[in-house]
Write a protein that binds this ligand. Structure first.
Ligand SMILES: NC(=O)c1ccc[n+]([C@@H]2O[C@H](COP(=O)([O-])OP(=O)(O)OC[C@H]3O[C@@H](n4cnc5c(N)ncnc54)[C@H](OP(=O)(O)O)[C@@H]3O)[C@@H](O)[C@H]2O)c1
Length: 199
C-alpha cells in the first residue's frame, strides 16, 4: 500500500510515519523535503507533487499552519494564514489528490481539539479545523470509486508539551500511540466521513 504523507517531518507526521512504516510504503513530503517538496498553500505545488509521486492508495495530510492571537488583535491578513494553509491547503490536497488516488483508497486530514475546546488566541485555528471537519463530513457522501475520507482531531501530543504546554493549560496530553492508531483506523478501517477525536 503506497501512502503519501504530507507534513511527514512534523510532530504529528512523525507519529503517523512510525505507526504505518512497517505496513506501508510511505512517501514523506513537506516544504523542506529534498525528494518530495510541496507547499499546500500553492495549487501548482500540490499538482507538481502528485505528478511526481503518481498513483497512491492513501493520502494523509498532517501539515497546516495558523496564526495565534486574540480576536481583537488579529488582522484579516493574519487570519488568512489558517485559511490558506490548514483549511484550503488541506481541501486542495483532496481536490487535486483525488485524481491520483486508486479505487478504494483513503484520505486522512488533520484538524484539532481547539474546534471543540476553545482556548484564547486559537480562534483562527479553530475556524480552519471546523471548516475541514465539515468538508470531510460532506465530501464523504460524494467520494467516487470506494474512496473514503476522514479527519483526525488530536489534542496536544505528549511530545509537543514543551512547545504547546503553556497554551494548552489543563489539557491532558495524549500519547503518540493513541494518535497513531487514529490515523491507522482511517487508513485501514472501513469508515468514512468520520472525525476521530483523540481527546
Ligand atoms: N502537535 C500537536 O500537539 C497537535 C495537536 C492538535 C492538532 N495538531 C495539528 O496537527 C498539524 C501538525 O501539527 P504539528 O505539531 O505536527 O506541526 P509541526 O511539528 O510544525 O509540523 C508541520 C509539518 O508540516 C509541514 N508543513 C508546514 N506547512 C506546510 C505547507 N504549507 N505545505 C507543506 N508542508 C507543510 C512541516 O514541514 P516543512 O516546514 O518542511 O514544510 C512539517 O513536516 C497541525 O494542523 C496542528 O494544528 C497538532
Amino acid at each position: 500500500m503506497k501512502i503519501l504523507l504530507i507534513g511527514a517531518t512534523g510532530a504529528i507526521g512523525e507519529v503517523v510515519y512510525e505507526e504505518l512504516k512497517n505496513d506501508t510504503e510511505i512517501i514523506q513530503a513537506s516544504r523542506n523535503s529534498a525528494d518530495y517538496p510541496v507547499d499546500i498553500t500553492s495549487e501548482a505545488s500540490i499538482k507538481a507533487l502528485f505528478e511526481k509521486v503518481g498513483e497512491v492508495d492513501g493520502i494523509i495530510c498532517t501539515a497546516g499552519s495558523a496564526h495565534f492571537s486574540t480576536v481583537d488583535e488579529m488582522t484579516p491578513e493574519q487570519n488568512m494564514v489558517a485559511v490558506n494553509s490548514k483549511q484550503l491547503g488541506q481541501v486542495n490536497v483532496v481536490l487535486i489528490g483525488l485524481h491520483y488516488l486508486r479505487d478504494n483508497g483513503s484520505i486522512t486530514l488533520t484538524t484539532g481539539v481547539l474546534m471543540d475546546d476553545p482556548l484564547k488566541t486559537a480562534s483562527s485555528s479553530a475556524m480552519a479545523n471546523g471548516g475541514v471537519s465539515a468538508f470531510v463530513k460532506s465530501a464523504a457522501i460524494e467520494m467516487p470509486r470506494g474512496i473514503r475520507i476522514n479527519h483526525v482531531s488530536p489534542s496536544m501530543l505528549e511530545k509537543s508539551k514543551e512547545k504547546y504546554g503553556k497554551l494548552f493549560q489543563g489539557f491532558q496530553p495524549v500519547s503518540s500511540e493513541r494518535i497513531g492508531l487514529a490515523y491507522r483506523k482511517s487508513v485501514f478501517g472501513a469508515q468514512t466521513g468520520q472525525g476521530y477525536k483523540v481527546y
